[in-house]
Design a protein around this ligand. Structure first.
Ligand code: AR6
Length: 175
């Protein structure tokens, strides 16, 4: 029997019960709109406090990198904040988005996380084409999970219908 470790949910990531959730932040780590705003609102001031400390010590977070904080009032134990690229269609955005996923999984392993919920990074305010972003996200997740047999699960949380449809189409009807 194959145990399916990549899942697709539809809805709000702040409501997902999972060991860690990922935030699509910006380089300042000081909060914003979209999923970033939702996570800070639901998680409360503890998250921003830790983000401030990280900003003071390393000047925020570069595109393609990731940092980890407490989850404040959220059910998750940790929040991993990554910064996706802004889509222009002319630069190395695909590679930078790939790097986001690699950075997330690396931080998860270092912190003993084996279950993670991830939003559709860069596909909102940063305007990355949803189909290309989904191919990258799923390719990186499959590659990671193949090499990390003890990792329990990766949940892609799709807030909008189009992303949900794209993920279901790529992964097949798996839930
Ligand atoms: N749960 C899950 N996914 C969500 C939620 C939610 N509550 N809310 C929105 N999404 P975006 P980006 C989806 O714009 O494109 C912020 O201001 C949304 O439908 O949140 O990486 C940051 O501070 C979309 O599919 O992030 C940055 O400045 C996905 O999350 C900038 O936006 C990503 O949309 C980052 O832009």
């Amino acid at each position: 029997m194959t145990i399916i470790r990549i899942k697709v949910y539809s809805g709000d990531i702040t409501k997902v019960k999972c060991q860690a959730i990922v935030n699509a932040a910006n380089t300042s780590l000081m909060g914003g709109g979209g999923v970033d705003g939702a996570i800070h609102r639901a998680g409360g001031s503890k998250i921003l406090e830790e983000c401030r400390k990280i900003k003071a010590s390393q000047g925020g977070c570069k595109v393609g990198h990731a940092v980890i904080t407490t989850s404040g009032n959220l059910d998750a134990e940790k929040v991993i904040h990554t910064v996706g690229p802004v889509w222009s269609g002319k630069g190395d955005e695909k590679e930078l988005l790939r790097r986001c996923y690699k950075s997330i999984f690396k931080l998860a392993v270092v912190n003993g996380i084996t279950e993670i919920a991830i939003p559709n990074i860069s596909t909102g305010i940063y305007k990355f084409p949803k189909d290309i972003a989904a191919e990258i996200a799923i390719c990186e997740a499959k590659g990671f999970i193949k090499c990390n047999k003890t990792f329990h699960q990766i949940i892609f949380v799709c807030f909008d219908r189009e992303n949900y449809r794209i993920y279901k189409e790529i992964l097949g009807d798996i839930d």
